[in-house]
Design a protein around this ligand. Structure first.
Ligand code: C2E
Ligand code: CA
Ligand code: CA
Ligand code: CA
Length: 277
């Protein structure tokens, strides 16, 4: 029994160290990718649902590995989070997206809105608000053209300071969206206290909008809630015409998803925008 136990312990620790090694390996790769500029942003259109007019885009982070694979952000952002890379990567995202925003604005797309995702670590950093100011100053776009997408997690345990910071950011003229609403642990009162501009209906709820218009449940509730709080609502992950139709009927204002456009690298997105006329 003793041997068996020791055997198990060894197996367990070997397993653990293999995982740790893999993590360290990936972290080394991520650091290298960051410095070698193998991270890039893809831009996905956000449209006005009734008219289909493009209002802006969400910048989505991509990691292109040396062997040509594309690693999705869900897989490496948690890693960046644990390793202190979140802040430098986040600042790079901010600068890169603002630069692209400037290009689009100068290219004739006035009032174009650029949304970026901000992790709670980045948001909490004291340098975050000043960095927003510098980025805007640098690219000389109107602050109202920049939007920050925050998830409910930013508020966990910090509701008052979060609310104050959001206010400070909105006072600069930047808009704020509540991302993935309803998927976290926060309550409705958190949404009310945080005082954001836009409410994003998570893809998981949009997915449930069926062909027959039945299982519309949570999406409909979130949209109604958004309207009640006088927020602009935007649905993500809109893939079908039927979903668009149902969302419109529910009173949703804006949409984002493969139906309108996939996330595209900068050049491709510029060409896509030009083709919109
Ligand atoms: P998110 O903010 O909820 O972004 C929406 C995700 O849905 C994106 O996945 C997008 O590619 C995907 N998507 C959009 N439309 C459709 C559709 O019609 N169908 C389907 N099946 N999927 C659709 P992506 O790009 O893999 O990003 C995953 C998550 O990673 C994002 O979720 C966001 O939380 C995070 N993320 C992305 N970029 C950044 C970043 O720069 N900073 C931070 N902190 N997080 C980021
Ligand atoms: Ca987002
Ligand atoms: Ca989202
Ligand atoms: Ca989502």
């Amino acid at each position: 029994a003793k041997i068996l136990k020791r055997g198990r312990a060894t197996l367990f620790s070997e397993d653990l160290s293999a995982r740790a090694r893999e993590r360290i390996h990936m972290l080394t790769d991520l650091r290298a990718a960051f410095s070698a500029e193998r991270l890039f942003l893809a831009y996905q259109p956000q449209v006005d649902l009734p008219s289909g007019k493009v209002l802006g885009a969400e910048a989505l982070l991509r990691w292109k590995t040396e062997d040509g694979r594309s690693i999705p952000p869900d897989q490496f952002i948690p890693l960046a989070e644990q390793s202190g890379l979140t802040v430098p990567i986040g600042e790079w995202v901010l600068r890169t997206a603002c630069h692209q925003l400037k290009r689009l604005t100068e290219g004739g797309h006035a009032n174009f809105r650029m949304a970026i995702n901000v992790s709670h670590t980045q948001f909490r950093e004291p340098s975050f608000v000043p960095a927003l100011g510098w980025a805007l100053q640098d690219c000389r776009v109107d602050p109202s053209q920049l939007e920050l997408e925050l998830t409910e997690s930013v508020a966990i345990g910090h509701i008052e300071s979060t609310s104050a910071k959001i206010q400070e950011i909105r006072n600069m003229g930047i808009t704020v969206a509540m991302d993935d609403f309803g998927t976290g642990y926060s309550s409705l009162s958190v949404l009310k206290q945080l005082n954001v501009d836009r409410l994003k209906v998570d893809r998981s709820f949009v997915m449930e909008i069926g062909e027959d218009g039945d299982a519309t449940g949570i999406a409909e509730l979130v949209i109604a809630l958004g309207r009640q709080l006088r927020l602009v609502t935007i649905a993500e992950g809109v893939e079908s015409e039927e979903q668009r139709r149902q969302l419109l009927k529910m009173g949703c204002h804006e949409g984002q998803g493969y139906l309108f456009g996939r996330p595209m690298p900068a050049k491709e997105f510029e060409a896509w925008m030009a083709a919109q006329g």
